[in-house]
Design a protein around this ligand. Sequence first.
Ligand code: ARG
Length: 589
Amino acid sequence: MVKFLDLISGEMKRGFSLAGYDEDLGKVTLSNRPDLCEYQCNGAMAGAKKYHKAPIAIAGEVAQQLADSEVFEDVSAVAPGFLNLKLKDSFVRDYVAQMAEAEKFGLNPPEKEKTIVVDYGGPNVAKPLHVGHLRSAVIGESIKRICRYNGHRVIGDVHLGDWGLQMGLIITELKERKPELVYFDETFDGEYPAEAPFTVSELEEIYPTASGKSKEDPAYKEAALQATLELQRGRKGYRALWKHIIDVSVADLKKNYAELNVEFDLWKGESDVDPLIPGLVERLKEQGLAHESEGALVVDVREETDTKEIPPCIILKSDGAALYATTDLATIQDRMENLHADELIYLTDKRQEMHFLQVFRVARKAGLVKPETRLRHIGFGTMNGKDGKPFKTREGGVMRLEYLVRDIDEEMYRKVVESRQDISEEEARKTAKIIGLSALKYGDLSNQASKDYIFDIDRFTSFEGDTGPYILYTIVRIKSILNRYREMGGQLSGLAFRDPENAPQKDLMMQLAGFNAMMENAGQEAAPHKVCAYIYDLANAFNKFYHETKIISEEDRERKGSWIALLILTRDVLETCIDVLGFSAPDRM
Ligand code: ARG
């Protein structure tokens, strides 16, 4: 469907053109004085210079041309030359009625369907998820869904940190603890056991212990480096052990991500592209891009227009070891060759900005991507505590993600039980989880990703204000009205929209009409916060309408039916939006 604002601007352009002016002046925007008008056009102001005419005179002529417009109820020229606009009720009604019938509420399919890989989550094997992993998972999941809803082929890849020293550390610690395991017996040539020789909780304790020891004991660190090297060279027992570490860890990660309603299409890891690295290094050398510098192999990525120092990208360390950047380059190669990506989106903390800048530049110079391939790093800010410092546990440690989720669920449970005495324990727990997730995710997503934000459990879990629970509350309110209507024998199909009868009804309709433009824009900009801002306004518009309209007791069936149609559309749009944000609404709360 043509976007609502484009239709309105189109009509304004017609007015300018009829009055003999450049139609480009007819750009319409939402009014910044809603008390005076619904929309406005400042084109006459812009045209004054060009036409050597007072803006108010131009505005007056344009207004005259649009006196019998099908779109505008009122076009008034006001000093010094603004055009204040009010839409015709029938125009608004028709748009909303069409939207209710249209696929995806009138969102247009993309001009070109792209294959987009979203690289998010980025957990490291054998390390528990902590709050630092929250944003990547939550924002990445939403961007994946938004782009998918916009009609693209979107692939979410977790890009597991499953290679490198951390694996050597775990192997070394296991060897100290259980030297009798067959994995350490180099003469063993039978089948390794199918069962892992450790549980996930052991694994989670092993890594920090090993990492601590390696910092104090150089010999221990040396052993870990050696184990890493042997693992990477393919020592059988270590590979088998490594496989166990990954399996145990991934099963646990999947469980944790499922709690967050986060789901990956690919569970690939850094190790998967390891075989590509030698070829890639060769290629960079042959292209004359990689050269030696202080023993390391590097690629210069400086550009003349740089305003700050961009250091060379290190491909191999002086001991020949590949680095984080090398793995990312190999991964780009893999995604281009095997997934035929048109766009790659990465979600990490913004402290990794330099890393991605370097990697992207090398990828372009080396022709790993096509010139038109879009590479985007979305660096997000820090989640802070109420003290404005990075979020910590009360004891000052790193907070595990599952504990954070548990705290929110507890708080929500308390609120649910408080407001509903009739509810069973089981339903209260279930409902609390659903609302808790909305609190957590909306609290994060409603901020522009690049900004830091304060994790404020009291505010996030509130049923009022710009929060997830408020949005859910609004949806549940609509559902309960619809239930009552149905119980009273009301029909949900074949309902016709009518012209809005008052300002709150019209506002709600105009808010709904903005859906397709908002969703397209949120997709192009990979910006979930735009979806949040939209549904907050929509929920507010709905609640205003609700407070001014006695829906259930209305006697006139057609009138009532048109309101029900509006309710259904509002519910569907809100539910579509929270689905792309990655949470859902309960039936009751
Ligand atoms: N595992 C990395 C970390 O913990 C994040 C990975 C992000 N993705 C990527 N392709 N580099 O920092």
